[in-house]
Design a protein around this ligand. Structure first.
Ligand code: KG4
Ligand code: ZN
Length: 341
């Protein structure tokens, strides 16, 4: 059976992603981001993101087709993220995907954004094995998943109870007077700081949290602790040691993420951990996951960053696997579902 040629559309947040794959082969991965427009608001503004998708979609589709040397009529299917994400942003992608599928007479596949992140791993060209634990960390989600089968058995083990990890980076950066998005800024500032300078709290890590929230995350307490620490310092008339605060904060986030992910690997007897999401760009997170994974006998996989951040290629890759596994196409009855589980 020929490998399906699929065009994937991703518009769940601020990236307009169009990807084209043939089976597991990546043919193009076009991304237009509206991040610059959100920067002055200090966070992604849903209405602004939706409008930006509407403007970026057509040129992004054309660029992706050109890059892949593919014509619309050659495609076997269209795939689109139907959720979770920002409702208005998702709606633009879903509308465009339906219009394309209907006008071309091609099957349409609605896919889950988080499962799409896991599918990104297929495009690396390496051998991929299941089961695997997956840790997805971005500005919009912080989820720990157990993947027994990509197309039929993905279990949510835990997720954030409040802020996403990337959001926590963005908020702390703001408190420290660093620009948005704050993740890369904190990473840079932390390079010259001492991660043990200040002991910030590790959310949901006490013994009493373990029964109900073993694999869940919480970053709001950490955020408050950092803010209080800085306020107290200022009240004492002392300068704020930005590098030390950044390094200690980063360490607290990374410690919880890696500890819980490896605990899930151990509890389920799964010696594999896949990382995904934009926060994977964090140097300390990569370093710590690789080192502690090696100690624990867990093989840690980190796809290239262009496949870790939101993109259309991972959506196309997932649909391609669904087609190969015999899954029927979606009917046009589905809509954008911002809280898709
Ligand atoms: O996956 P992503 O590109 O998209 C959205 O969530 O929309 O992730 C963006 C998030 C932002 O919150 C940003 O601050 C964070 O990822 N981020 C980082 C780093 N680079 C980006 N967080 C920590 N360290 C980094 N180096
Ligand atoms: Zn994402």
């Amino acid at each position: 059976r020929a490998e399906p040629l699929v065009l994937g559309i991703e518009t769940s947040c601020d990236e307009t992603g169009i990807g084209i794959v043939r089976g597991r082969a990546l043919l193009s991965n076009t991304i237009a981001s509206s991040m610059d427009e959100h920067a002055r608001y200090g966070g992604v503004v849903p209405e602004v993101a939706a409008r930006a998708h509407l403007e970026a979609l057509q040129p992004a589709i054309e660029a992706a087709l050109t890059e892949a040397s593919v014509r619309l009529e050659d495609l076997d299917a269209i795939a689109v993220t139907s959720g979770p994400g920002l409702a208005g942003a998702l709606m633009v992608g879903v509308g465009a995907a339906k219009a394309l599928a209907v006008s071309l007479g091609k099957p349409l596949y609605a896919v889950n954004h988080l499962v799409g992140h896991i599918a990104a791993d297929l495009l690396t060209g390496d051998e991929v094995e299941y089961p695997t634990v997956a840790l997805l960390v971005s500005g919009g989600h912080t989820s720990l998943l157990l993947v027994r089968d990509l197309t039929s058995d993905v279990e949510l083990l835990g997720e954030t109870m409040d802020d996403a990890a990337g959001e926590a980076f963005d908020k702390i950066a703001r408190i420290l007077g660093l620009p948005y998005p704050g993740g890369p800024e904190i990473d840079r500032a932390a390079a010259s700081g001492d991660p043990d300078a200040i002991r910030f709290p590790r959310g949901l890590s006490r013994a009493s949290d373990m029964a109900k929230h073993r694999y869940d995350f919480s970053f709001s307490g950490l955020k408050t602790a950092v803010a209080r620490w800085i306020e107290q310092r200022q009240a004492e008339g002392e300068p704020v040691p930005v590098a030390d605060v950044a390094a200690s904060f980063r360490e607290a986030v990374v410690d919880v993420l890696v500890t819980k992910a490896l605990a899930a690997c151990a509890a389920h007897g799964v010696p594999r951990l896949l990382l995904g999401g934009g926060v994977i760009a964090n140097r300390r997170l990569r370093e710590s996951a690789l080192a502690r994974g090696a100690e624990a006998g867990v093989a840690v996989r980190i796809p290239p960053l262009s496949l870790c951040t939101d993109n259309g290629a991972m959506i196309a890759a997932l649909a391609s696997q669904l087609i190969v596994s015999g899954r029927r196409a979606s009917t046009l009855a589905f809509g954008a579902d911002s809280t898709l589980p």
